[in-house]
Design a protein around this ligand. Structure first.
Ligand code: PBG
Length: 318
């Protein structure tokens, strides 16, 4: 009764990997319990989540072919647009969010178009505009740029409006830090950079003030929801963003945070279930309104069926 913060299924967003041309759901080795789905089978997983009360999914695409320019990112027949159409026809009420980034579609694995060894910020904006419009046209309810190029929120807003998609909101990864946080995800999506790292476009984990400046800029450019990630490494930034800004704050409980709990759980070194509870609660307590988490289904659905293991009570997140 006296607990100040509660987590409910309706706070959660489940990330799902959609691979083109996949015959059967494929387990992701570094993320036990997570799978790559085809644009068709992803509907079953989303249905289970929906029945459990999870209102939203966040889609990542793995295309058949990658190229230097990431053209697959704005192919209307690609994995994400196809999955969006399938999801919206079966689960019209579910909120379908499309991640917008080049790294799953480029053969070099960087989040944009290269000029020499560097990502060219402004050339990449054109790709992001096209990708965002492509997903919104396919029916995405929200587009979520995760590339960290400067000026992308304004560019995407302008492109959506020009395409008659002014009702599509932008959930921007406003404060996203570079580091070892995303290793399992990159393995799952085949999106590790072929050379170098992402430190020219993602932020330095030591920089709190810069994170707040990035969030402010994204809101000024028209972001409707902002994401802070990685969640557990950024609880201070989530709190400060919550206190300073009025838009919904979303925290991304990233792949390494998931895999660390899974690995320690498998070894019997930690109580996995309780640790997941505490993880989600801590992120919410820090000030997140929404949490992107790979734990969504198991946290509510305890493994096998879709019987709810637990559901929290009313929200209180001030
Ligand atoms: C794409 C993207 C990444 C994640 C979300 N969008 C990978 C990256 O930046 O390398 C990571 C999510 C996770 O680790 O769970 N840019």
């Amino acid at each position: 009764m006296v607990r100040e913060t509660k987590v409910t299924a309706s706070d959660l967003i489940a990330p799902l990997f959609v691979q083109q041309g996949l015959a059967a759901n494929t387990p992701i080795a570094l993320m036990p319990g997570q799978f790559r789905y085809s644009p068709e089978t992803v509907v079953e997983e989303a249905s289970a989540l929906w029945k459990l009360g999870v209102p939203a999914v966040l889609l990542f695409g793995i295309p058949l072919r990658k190229d230097p320019l990431g053209a697959g990112a704005y192919d209307l027949a690609g994995p994400v647009p196809t999955a969006i159409r399938n999801l919206k026809s079966t689960l019209p009420e579910m909120c379908v969010i499309a991640d917008v980034c080049a790294c799953e579609y480029t053969d070099h694995g960087h989040c944009g178009i290269l000029e020499g060894e560097f990502v060219h910020n402004d050339q990449t904006l054109e790709l992001l505009r096209q990708a965002a419009v492509c997903y919104a046209r396919a029916g995405a309810d929200i587009v979520a740029p995760s590339d960290m190029m400067d000026g992308r929120v304004a560019a995407i807003r302008e492109a959506l409006d020009a395409a008659g998609l002014s009702a599509t909101p932008i959930m921007s990864y406003a404060a996203k830090f570079a580091g070892a946080f995303y290793g399992p995800f990159r393995d799952a999506a085949g999106s590790a950079p072929g050379f170098g790292d992402r430190r020219a476009y993602q932020m330095d984990i030591g920089n709190r003030r810069e994170a707040l400046r990035e969030i402010e800029l994204d809101i000024e450019e028209g972001a409707d929801i902002v994401i802070v990630k990685p969640a557990l490494f950024c609880l201070d930034i989530i709190r400060e963003a919550r206190d300073r800004f009025d838009v919904p704050i979303c925290a991304y409980n990233v792949s390494s945070e998931y895999s660390m709990i899974k690995a320690a759980g498998q070894l019997g070194w930690v109580d996995e279930e309780r640790l997941v509870d505490d993880t989600l609660l801590s992120i919410k307590r820090a000030g997140a309104d929404l949490i992107v988490t790979y734990h969504a289904r198991e946290w509510i659905g305890a493994g096998s069926g879709i019987e709810p293991r637990r559901r929290g009570g009313a929200e209180n997140n001030t």
